[in-house]
Ligand binder design. Structure first.
Ligand SMILES: *Cc1c(COP(=O)(O)O)cnc(C)c1O
Length: 413
């Protein structure tokens, strides 16, 4: 397990001013992850990472990643606006949405973003509502030829992307309408740790690139391999082998280029989790300890602060600050205060003996953590802090207040 980059004392001090729960993101480690990903594809001069904004939609984080050379992957109007306000525009934005409203296409087009279409019918829809941009990308769904995984589902059951016939037709249609530059995209897995899976995805896309050229004459400018690089949530798991993934993809890439199947396309990725996931922590204080048929550790954070365990049964490692070396000899469920029984961060977890007032850290919450927060049961979203390279904690989002929660309501009779 990674070493937590802050101490119990620091959290106690911070919590005096800003009560828990809150998130902490480690800037240096986020920068390092971005450098590692981009660096491992340095053989491809055009390689670009479009950070998936939905993972950690905070302008401070986006600015750090912009500084590291990343673009943004957006899928909604607010995400486009966040990008714009962070100074990320034009082809530094990849707009990959689905079931897209016209106004979002208009905004994406206005910003000069690369628009990645989810459906063949969206060509006409985009043309009608926003006009066709000079560059278009299409999202491929390989259907029964690939297995997905738990989070994203099986490709045949997934609502995303188009079939092989549809995607071939899409290039032909767009070409006829005067689009001149093209990209290809897929995203078939999420949180995947297996090297082979990513290499197979590249193989599938390079084959498809060949078929697109052959059948439609469209020449791809880039291939977006999607996001989905996994992270080791469990102590027994290890990191993805980026070097092996990159080597495998490079081999296939050179083969495809040398056999004249495709030209030297730029490779893109749009990872969220890999970049910020391991470097964000949810910090929470134990409120109550309850013994009934089981032992329950009640936190001041709940599923509204981190939904992944309740939604996917996801594992998040838990550390009790100051008890790192105590034996994990008490079995318990770690829960929040939501009136929903799936509001559990851990079930039957072996942890040290815990008392009210202990501070716990939920690991690997930096992506799809705070971002998935919700207000059910009147729960308010927490603050976010950036642990900067000089060791200070900078608030990058304040905690919601009851007034924020009420602000959309009409109290007049
Ligand atoms: C969610 C999403 C991503 C990011 O996924 P990670 O698992 O965080 O890498 C990338 N692209 C698309 C289209 C997505 O929906």
């Amino acid at each position: 397990m990674k070493k937590i980059p802050f101490t119990k004392k620091q959290m106690e001090d911070l919590a005096e001013k800003y009560p828990t729960p809150f998130y902490i993101y480690e800037e240096a480690a986020i920068r390092e992850a971005a450098r590692k990903l981009i660096g491992s594809f340095s053989w491809d001069k055009g390689f670009k990472e479009y950070f998936a904004v939905k993972a950690t939609p905070n302008p401070s984080i986006m600015t750090i990643l912009k500084d590291e050379g990343c673009g943004t992957d957006c899928s909604s109007l607010p995400e486009l606006l966040l990008s714009e306000r962070t100074g990320i525009t034009g082809e530094d934005i990849m707009f990959t949405s689905n079931d897209t409203p016209a106004e979002e296409f208009r905004k994406a087009h206005e910003l000069g973003a690369i628009i990645n279409l989810d459906d063949i019918n969206h060509i006409a829809y985009l043309e009608k509502h926003a006009g066709l941009p000079p560059i278009l990308s299409f999202r491929y769904n390989p259907g029964p030829s690939r297995q997905g995984n738990q989070i994203i589902g099986n490709p045949v059951e997934a609502k995303f992307g188009m079939t092989r016939e549809q995607i071939l037709d899409s290039y032909a249609i767009a070409k006829e309408k005067g689009v001149e530059r093209f990209g290809l995209h897929t995203m078939v897995v999420s949180n995947e740790l297996r090297t082979d899976y990513f290499i197979e995805t590249a193989r599938m896309l390079f084959d498809l690139a060949g078929e697109i050229r052959e059948k439609t004459g469209a020449e791809l400018e880039f291939i977006n391999l999607g996001g989905g690089l996994g992270i080791p949530y469990k102590p027994e798991q290890s990191e993805v082998d980026l070097a092996a993934i990159s080597d495998g993809i490079r081999r296939l890439y050179e083969e495809a280029v040398n056999s004249n199947k495709m030209s030297k396309v730029k490779l893109f990725m749009e990872c969220g989790r890999y970049i910020t996931g391991p470097h964000g922590y949810l910090v929470s204080t134990v409120r109550h300890v309850k013994d009934t048929y089981k032992r329950y550790i009640g936190l001041d954070a709940c599923m509204a602060n981190l939904m992944r365990p309740g939604m996917y049964g996801a594992y998040h490692h838990i550390t009790v600050l100051g008890k790192e070396n105590a034996p994990n000899d008490v079995e318990c469920d770690v829960v929040g205060s939501l009136c929903e029984n799936n509001d559990k961060f851990a079930i039957n977890r072996q942890l040290p003996k815990i008392n009210p007032g202990d501070i716990v850290v939920l690991h690997d919450a930096g992506a799809h953590g705070h971002a998935m927060g919700f207000n059910y049961n009147g729960k308010l979203r927490s603050a976010e802090f950036l642990l900067t390279p000089n060791g200070s904690f900078r608030m990058i989002r304040r905690a919601e207040t009851a007034d924020d929660y009420f602000t959309t309501l009409n109290f007049t009779k």
